[in-house]
Design a protein around this ligand. Structure first.
Ligand code: GRF
Length: 210
């Protein structure tokens, strides 16, 4: 059984979906702890499912590094197999990424590498694109630059505003997240393999060309 810790900042609708999925005894993963960088509304979902929560309030630390050290300490208490960033509106410091990689994954409300960053839905609307999407990635030390594990397109419809578009993206994010966690737990998706950079074959053939 794969054990999962989930980190949130907000309403935790993706967390709730994962908790619902994991409540099915046939689901091969269990959420064992939920953490947040602030008093997140989403803690209520964890409590409803009897899952322990922990708070690492960003504002109470002098630096991102110090916050990351406490986050690492809290995660070590639970020692999960996988950490899911699900709406954690905070860049995780390199020490945390390096400690957990590649067992640290993130959901993102855009079709990466399009629209990375904290305002992906707003940026897609501002760009006037006709479709955006949702992605699940392995976290690396860039901003939403890690290996893509799953993604799907979501159309931008006439009259969409930030809320309407985001609410249409979120169910796709949830479905992708649950599927990725299931595939990791089943051994169908190997995070180490998924994180290997693209094959060096092409560059090798280039260097071998006279
Ligand atoms: C998700 O779209 C997530 O990708 C984004 O914020 C949203 C979180 O929603 N960064 P929720 O807290 O799971 O409801």
């Amino acid at each position: 059984m794969l054990t999962v810790a989930v980190l949130i900042s907000g309403t935790g609708s993706n967390l709730r979906a994962l908790l619902e999925a994991a409540a099915d005894p046939r689901f091969p993963a269990r959420v064992i702890a939920v953490g947040a960088d602030r008093e997140a509304d989403g803690f209520a979902h964890a409590e409803a499912y009897g899952i322990p929560t922990f708070l690492v309030p960003y504002e109470q630390f002098d630096s991102r590094v110090a916050w990351g050290e406490e986050l690492t300490a809290q995660l070590a208490v639970w020692s999960p197999d996988l950490v899911v960033l699900s709406g954690l509106m905070r860049l995780v410091p390199p020490a945390v990424v390096d400690a957990w990689a590649p067992r640290l994954i993130n959901t993102h409300p855009a079709y990466l590498p399009e629209f990375p960053g904290a305002h992906a839905v707003r940026d897609a609307l501002a760009a006037g694109v006709t479709s955006t999407g949702a992605s699940v990635i392995v976290v690396d030390n860039g901003v939403d630059t890690g290996p893509i594990l799953a993604q799907e397109r979501v159309p931008v419809l006439p009259g969409d505003d930030l809320h309407r578009l985001h609410e249409r993206i979120k169910p796709v994010e949830r479905r992708l997240l649950i599927d990725v966690v299931r595939r990791i737990a089943n051994g169908e998706l190997d995070l180490v393999v998924a994180s290997v950079p693209p094959s060096s074959e092409s560059s090798a053939s280039i260097t071998e060309t006279p």
